[in-house]
Every structure is written in structure tokens, then in C-alpha cells.
Design a binder for this molecule. Structure first.
Ligand code: CP
Ligand code: NVA
Length: 308
């Protein structure tokens, strides 16, 4: 059974196919065509954390593909009411695919272990692969290619950054991360995240200096300093990350045609200024919309092509 828990679950060829499907299905939708690629299929979505984009994009995506979806929140009592094994076996006996946004990455791995249908990671503390798919789709739309482009990450080397590191290595992009040393990747982590197989063009730069990271960058990306589940560290993080705010001065140090990206939700005035997030360089709404198209590509690939 094929799952999508991290980007390491798919090959480079498969990643390109998912992006190709996403672009095709997006074009079809813009022409008013809703091909029922997943007619009669049911997606179950389990949420242990809050969401706007992930829920809406998966729910709308399944509807547009001719399928359906159901939202499962805390009422299923994941890890409390019954064993993960029983939840997974029962759920997957009735639905065609499961999306899980979990507090702990291990929960998604455990769910997948006992599932008889594909499981998609809808964000954990360690990865957000669906977000990375939408992000590269956005960069590709703007610049017409991906290989050799420079993506700069400014802030916490968190779950989103992990998935962007993986996808950059697969697509041959340059990835530069500016983070305070306590919240930066180290070489051991990098090896664990991307392994040894990388695509030509991939380069990784780790720095504490935001200006260095954004130099010559095609895209400047930031995320909240306090991710869901880290609320107890809020005060410490706000202080440490203060020099990492993406403002107009920093954006000017990137390429002239650089775009600004943020997975959202954003804490305006903290990791990014209003001036930048509302600027003409900001692609955040296109990026959020691309969650819909990227995940439709993923769902069609996973259900119609990957299991054969
Ligand atoms: N970017 C993202 O995953 O948004 P939500 O948390 O609103 O789903
Ligand atoms: N890093 C953020 C991403 C939210 C989409 C979090 O995990 O809360």
C-alpha cells in the first residue's frame, strides 16, 4: 500500500507526475471542466489540530473530483477511545483514502501501518508535504521552472521547512535557511531528512543571517515562529526570532522579481510585516489556492496510478 507521509515516499518521477496532474486538473477547472477522476471515492479527514486551508482544499478537491469527504475531529477520540490499530482498520475498511493532521508524526505512521487504504499526512510536528507540493507548484507557475531556482527560508526550521528541504533536494533547487542556531538544521538532521539521493542543482545553505539567505533568492518564505503545539515556548521564541522578521528592507536584498511566500496562517507584525505580505511580490493567496490543485493531483495519482 502506497502512502504519502513524507516526500520520501515518492520518487522524483512521481513528484513530477503529481505536479503535472495538478497543473492539468487546475487548467481543466479554470475552463469550467470538473472531470470525475475520483467518482464515488470517499476521503476521511482526521484533525487533531486546527485548520482552514487543509480542510477546505481537501473537501473541495474531493467534491470537484466527483468524490466525497468527511471531517472527523476530536469526537473519534484518537489514541484515547480505542486503539490506533482498530481505528485504522475500521476506517480503511469503509473509505478509499485517509488524510490525517496529527499532533505527533508517529500517529500518522501508526495509522498507515494498519490501514488498508492510502494515508496522506495533512501536517504533523515533523512534516507538511502537501504544503510543499502547493509551494513548488506556485513557484513553477511564476518562474516557469524549478531546477536551479533559489528558495530562501527565514525563521524556524520547522515542519514546513523540513518538507521544503526534501522537495528542493528532489527538484534540484537551491534552499537557503536563515535561522537562529537553536532552531536551525544541523548536518545530521539534513542527512536524515533528505538521505543521499539528491537531484543536480540542489544546494543547501544554512546561516544565521537572513540577508545572506535571501541574496539572489527567487522566493522568500517564512512561517510562524510558534507552531501549533509549541504555545508554551511563545515568549522565548518571540524574542529569539525578532531579528528574523521579513520586512521590506530584507525583501529588497532578494532578486528584484522575488516573490514572497507564507504557508499561512500568518502572525502579521511578527514573522512578516503587513507591507510585505500585502505587497505585489506576495503570492500567498495563489499559494493557498494551489493547496487545492496540488492535492487534487496527489489524490488522483495516489488512488488512480500509484496503487497499480
Ligand atoms: N497552511 C495550512 O496548512 O493551513 P491550515 O493550517 O489552515 O490548514
Ligand atoms: N508550522 C505551522 C504550519 C501551519 C500550517 C504549524 O505547524 O503550526
Amino acid at each position: 500500500m502506497r502512502h504519502f507521509i513524507t516526500l520520501n515516499d515518492i520518487s522524483v518521477t512521481e513528484l513530477h507526475r503529481i505536479l503535472e496532474l495538478a497543473a492539468i486538473i487546475k487548467r481543466e477547472l479554470k475552463r469550467g471542466e470538473r472531470t470525475p477522476y475520483l467518482s464515488g471515492k470517499m476521503l476521511a479527514m482526521i484533525f487533531e489540530k486546527q485548520s482552514l486551508r487543509t480542510r477546505i482544499s481537501f473537501e473541495t478537491g474531493m467534491f470537484q473530483l466527483g468524490g466525497n469527504s468527511m471531517f472527523l475531529g476530536s469526537e473519534i477520540g484518537f489514541g484515547k477511545r480505542e486503539s490506533v490499530k482498530d481505528i485504522s482498520a475500521v476506517l480503511s475498511s469503509m473509505v478509499d483514502v485517509i488524510m490525517f493532521r496529527a499532533m505527533s508524526h508517529r500517529s500518522v505512521v501508526a495509522l498507515a501501518k494498519y490501514s488498508s487504504c492510502p494515508v496522506i499526512n495533512g501536517l504533523t510536528d515533523q512534516a507538511h508535504p502537501c504544503q510543499a507540493l502547493a509551494d513548488v507548484l506556485t513557484i513553477q507557475e511564476v518562474f516557469g521552472k524549478l531546477r536551479g531556482l533559489k528558495l530562501a527560508w527565514v525563521g524556524d526550521a520547522n515542519n514546513v521547512a523540513v518538507s521544503l528541504l526534501r522537495i528542493s533536494a528532489k527538484l534540484g533547487m537551491k534552499f537557503s535557511v536563515a535561522a537562529p542556531s537553536k532552531f536551525q538544521f544541523n548536518s545530521k538532521m539534513v542527512e536524515k531528512i533528505i538521505g543521499k539521493k539528491i537531484t543536480d542543482g540542489f544546494e543547501l545553505e544554512l546561516t544565521e543571517n537572513p540577508a545572506q539567505a535571501v541574496k539572489n533568492a527567487h522566493a522568500v518564505y517564512t512561517d510562524v515562529w510558534v507552531s501549533m503545539g509549541q504555545e508554551a515556548e511563545e515568549e522565548e521564541r518571540k524574542q529569539i526570532f525578532a531579528p528574523y522578521q521579513v520586512d521590506a528592507v530584507l525583501m529588497k536584498k532578494a532578486r528584484k522579481d522575488a516573490i514572497f511566500l507564507h504557508c499561512l496562517p500568518a502572525r502579521r507584525g511578527l514573522e512578516v510585516t503587513d507591507e510585505v505580505i500585502d505587497s505585489s511580490q506576495s503570492q500567498i493567496i495563489r499559494q493557498a489556492e494551489n493547496r487545492l490543485h496540488a492535492q487534487k493531483g496527489l489524490l488522483v495519482w495516489l488512488l488512480n496510478e500509484a496503487q497499480k
